[in-house]
Design a protein around this ligand. Structure first.
Ligand SMILES: C[S@@+](CC[C@H](N)C(=O)[O-])C[C@H]1O[C@@H](n2cnc3c(N)ncnc32)[C@H](O)[C@@H]1O
Length: 238
């Protein structure tokens, strides 16, 4: 048992907490590198959008070996008031691309070709580990720039972005934000860890005039999420 999960159970003693902790221990470390606090938050978010009846699919950009995706899909299947939805999983399965100047020195020092290279077979194995059917799950291999526009996703309830660097994160935000259902959630796993993640979100919110309308909630020591505003901004015209 991981220390962070033991603390989570001590602070939140319930059969539901135990169920989530068991799911996480079944997935870590083979299928996910996401920290337990962020996995717990993903599980809660998917349960929450179902409880609220928020329509839309679950989209993950940055899948690696499928652990965070499988956990979200487990939450979807276990939700008492389930909204029908699909899951879309986008990844190059070749690792992250090289960082740019917007990612700073530490990203450049950490990077090597094949950094964070996952495998779709492991994604299937992660779902299998939790006895989850892949029927409504679409795995889309390839670079985001080549794949995100090729599929027909009408609306998104939960958008999980776990792509490390500035360019892919900004590209995902620009591609999917307008399709996120008002009240839906956008989660960034790398926020406060890789500097490009914070810059990508700040630049996106700024270019869309959303900076003062969105509340960014940090998750433990890294990661953050925000909710798409329910009322869209109305700009006065002369
Ligand atoms: C940190 S890993 C994802 C971790 C995963 N969510 C988990 O549960 O452990 C980042 C992933 O983003 C993918 N990625 C980053 N930039 C990409 C891009 N431009 N196109 C496609 N995949 C990309 C990488 O291939 C890698 O698998």
């Amino acid at each position: 048992m991981y220390l962070d999960l033991a603390l989570f159970l001590l602070r939140n003693p319930s059969s539901e907490s135990l169920r989530v902790a068991r799911l996480i221990t079944a997935l870590k470390p083979r299928f996910t590198m996401v920290r337990s606090a962020n996995l717990i938050n993903l599980h809660r978010t998917v349960t929450h959008v179902n409880n609220l009846g928020i329509e839309g699919d679950i989209v993950e950009c940055g899948v690696w070996n499928g652990g965070s995706a499988a956990l979200m899909w487990a939450a979807q299947h276990q939700s008492q008031q389930r909204v029908n939805r699909k899951m879309w999983l986008f990844d190059s399965f070749q690792g992250v691309p090289p960082p740019s100047d917007d990612d700073g020195a530490s990203a450049k020092e950490s990077y090597f070709e094949g950094f964070c290279k996952g495998d779709p077979k492991n994604v299937a194995a992660a779902f299998d580990r939790l006895n989850l059917p892949l029927a409504d799950v679409q795995i889309v291999p390839g670079w985001f720039e080549d794949t995100l526009h090729t599929v027909n996703i009408e609306s998104v309830a939960v958008l999980h972005i776990d792509a490390d660097w500035y360019d892919p994160i900004l590209f995902v935000l620009r591609t999917f934000y307008d399709r996120v259902t008002p009240g839906g959630y956008i989660l960034l796993d790398d926020y406060s860890f890789w500097t490009g993640s914070n810059k990508a979100l700040a630049d996106f919110l700024n270019e869309r005039g959303l900076t003062d309308l969105v509340e960014i909630h940090p998750v433990a020591s890294m990661g953050a999420f925000f909710r798409k505003p329910i009322a869209q901004p109305v700009f006065a015209t002369e």
